[in-house]
Design a protein around this ligand. Sequence first.
Ligand SMILES: O=C(CO)[C@@H](O)[C@H](O)COP(=O)(O)O
Length: 227
Amino acid sequence: MLEELKEKVCQANLDLVKHGLVLFTWGNASAIDRNQRLVVIKPSGVSYSQMKSAEMVVVNLAGEVIEGRYKPSSDTATHLELYKAWPEIGGVVHTHSTYATAWAQTGYDIPIVGTTQADYFYGDIPCTRDMSVDEIDRAYELETGKVIIERFENLNPTEMPGVVVKNHGPFTWGRSIEEAVHNSAVMEEIAKMTYISSQINSKMTMNTHLTEKHYKRKHGKNAYYGQ
Ligand SMILES: O=C(CO)[C@@H](O)[C@H](O)COP(=O)(O)O
C-alpha cells in the first residue's frame, strides 16, 4: 500500500542529509495521501545511512500505525496537526539545521531583509511562543502542532511555508514533500544570510514594497508584470 509515496518520503528524508540539514537521526519528513487520509513518515531513530523506503511508517490521522515495523517519528503528532489544520499542504519537514535552529533558540522571528526570503516567505518567518509546563509535557503529543497553528492565526501557510519552533527548530511544509524539503533548505540559507547581515548591521531594514513585489512576482498573485 502506498509504495510510491514511501519511495518519495524515503528520498525526501535522504535529501535532508544531501542538503546538510540533519545529522545522525535528527529531523523527519512526511507526506500525506489525502484520498486515503494516510500519512507516510520517517521511522523514529533510524539512521539515514540505513534508510529504505520499506521502513517508512504509515499512520492514519489519529496517529495509529497502519503499516510499518518501526515506531513513527517522535514528531508525528506535529506533522498530523498541520495536515489536519491546512488541507492545502502535502508534505511536512522538520530539521535541526544549524542557523534556523539557532534562530529558534533565540525566540525571534527571522526578519525579512532580503529578496531571497521574499521569493519564498511572504514576510518575517515566525517563531512560536514559549510553551507552558503542561504544554511542554505534551509537546510530542499535540502541543507543538497547536502552538504552530496558533502562531498562524493571522498568517497564510501557503504564503509562509515555515516556522521556527522556539527552543526546538524549524518546520516547513509545501504542496508536496519535495517542495517542503526545498523550503527547508531555503529557510536554512536565509537564516544564515540574515544572521550574517545582523552582525554587519543590527538595524537592517527592507521596504515592504520590495517584499510584495518579489513574492508576487514569483507566485503570480496580482503579478506586477502584466496583471
Ligand atoms: O526534534 C526531534 C526530537 O526533539 C526530532 O527531530 C529528532 O531529532 C528525530 O526524531 P525521530 O524523527 O527520529 O523520532
